[in-house]
Design a protein around this ligand. Structure first.
Ligand SMILES: C[C@H]1O[C@@H](n2cnc3c(N)ncnc32)[C@H](O)[C@@H]1O
Ligand SMILES: Cc1ncc(COP(=O)(O)O)c(N)n1
Ligand code: MET
Ligand code: SF4
Ligand SMILES: [Zn+2]
Length: 424
């Protein structure tokens, strides 16, 4: 019995009750939203985590990507990244490991954190095939479903499946005038597989089997955007939209099978197209939670893509996105380090809060009011405590202290707040 099934019977699950409490919303209302598929709570039956609700009316959530690559693999480093991500407010983690010790990394992350974990099982299938059969394109359907099943048993809470990459959408990519082709890693594995084998994507062809596994372990599916744009010029093009139409159909089928489902989205999108992208997804996918990567709104800032994506992320979350995948300053340049993880998270938290305030979320406004009062009253400790990055705020003030606490070195004795307070 899945959470979606229970919610459909009007029965709030323990997870629904907990999320309703954290978010300060009515349990029955949340149960209805889960039943409709407008909210998902990724929570595998085989793992205990702090439940995190994603979707309509809830605080915008943040995911932090981590994991090893063939170029850098250190299990303890990934555990440290997971801990820093959790410390700076990540609501979920994705282990995107592609190094040989991917199992150890996944296990260590699950053991050292209590927040929901997502994965992309096609990576495991691809790496295993690359190792045992010489190439990713030599993986077969069994390899794919074996990876999904193994990870579902281990307790992975949500899984990205690129089921929208099909013979037809691959054809659309070939015919298109895309500059960047395919930039999604899972999308590339499956596009290459289809081109090599000239067969339909098993994750599409046998989607019902995928749903069976997800239902058995109550895994939430995250329908991958394998054809997301990799540069501004490719945004909102025919391959991206063609894939989205398929995802809309797959959302419906997941819900009919009582499997929770969300949808992944772009990517690299000019600011003026962000809102339309959110509205189209919400319409085509019938209100399914939308999980976006950025969007990055200019490609001219490598080293600062946490900022380019926070700008896009704020507008996206204001326009319907529910879940922001952080982007770190290392994006497009290298695997992120610890500082990158922290900087990426802080930037996403800013984007999410900006959107939550604009969307009128009470909990977001409450914090803004607390900060306003702490500032007015020169309560520095309180300000640090409310800050997304307390350490940085403290360092900034303490490097130039003032003799009196009710001012800072910006204006000194001419402190505006103090001048008016003393004369009113
Ligand atoms: C889809 C997103 O996943 C990110 N991504 C892929 N692999 C890793 C990794 N090992 N660590 C962190 N992020 C990763 C990419 O940078 C892209 O933004
Ligand atoms: C928001 C989002 N989009 C995509 C992916 C998967 O990465 P990829 O598609 O590159 O395999 C992800 N982990 N999160
Ligand atoms: C081509 S780099 C791989 C990830 C990329 N940043 C993306 O938008 O998906
Ligand atoms: S440039 Fe780097 S991040 Fe982009 S697809 Fe290639 S290896 Fe991955
Ligand atoms: Zn990119």
């Amino acid at each position: 019995m899945t959470q979606l099934y229970q919610a459909g019977q009007g029965q709030p699950t323990d997870e629904i009750r907990k999320v309703a409490e954290y978010e300060g919303i009515d349990v029955q209302k949340l149960t209805r939203r889960v039943a409709k598929g407008h909210v998902v709570i990724p929570s595998n039956k085989n793992r205990n985590t702090k439940p995190c609700g994603v979707g309509k009316g809830l605080r915008t959530k943040i995911n932090a990507n981590l994991g090893s690559s063939p170029e850098l693999e250190n299990v303890q480093l990934e555990v440290k990244k997971a801990k820093i991500a959790a410390e700076y407010g990540a609501d979920a983690l994705m282990d995107l490991s592609t190094g040989p010790k991917f199992r150890q990394v996944r296990q260590a992350i699950m053991e050292s954190t209590d927040i929901p974990l997502g994965t992309v099982p096609i990576y495991q299938a691809g790496i295993t095939a690359s190792d045992a059969k010489k190439a990713v394109v030599n993986m077969d359907e069994d390899d794919m479903f074996r990876a999904i099943e193994e990870q579902a048993r281990e307790g992975v809470d949500f899984m990205t499946v690129h089921s929208g990459i099909t013979l037809d959408t691959v054809e659309k990519v070939k015919k298109s005038e895309r500059v960047m082709g395919v930039v999604s890693r899972g999308g590339a594995f499956l596009t290459a597989w289809i081109l090599h084998n000239q067969e339909e994507n098993p994750l599409y062809q046998n989607y019902d089997y995928l749903l069976e596994i997800a239902r058995e372990h109550d895994v939430t599916l995250s329908l991958g955007d394998g054809l997301r744009p990799g540069c501004l010029a490719d945004a909102s093009d025919i391959p991206q939209m063609g894939e989205l139409l398929i995802l809309g159909d797959l959302v419906k089928r997941a819900r009919e099978a009582d499997v929770q489902v969300m949808v992944e989205g772009p990517g690299h999108v000019p600011l003026n197209q962000v809102e339309a992208n959110m509205q189209i997804q919400k319409t085509v996918c019938k209100g399914a939670p939308f999980y976006v990567l950025g969007p990055i709104v200019t490609d001219l800032a490598p080293g600062y893509d946490h900022i380019t994506s926070a700008i896009g992320g704020a507008l996206a979350a204001r326009s319907g996105a529910d879940f922001l995948c952080y982007v770190t300053p290392a994006e497009h340049l290298s695997i992120p380090g610890l500082q990158d993880v922290k900087d990426g998270l802080v930037a996403s938290k800013i984007a999410a809060q900006a959107a939550d305030v604009a969307n009128g979320l009470k909990s977001a406004w409450d914090k803004e009011m607390e900060m306003a009062h702490a500032r007015k009253d020169f309560q520095w400790e309180k300000q640090y405590q409310l800050a997304f990055d307390p350490e940085k705020a403290r360092k900034c003030r303490e490097r130039r202290p003032t003799a009196e606490s009710d001012m800072c070195t910006m204006c000194g004795e001419f402190c505006a707040l103090r001048m008016v307070r003393d004369n009113i």
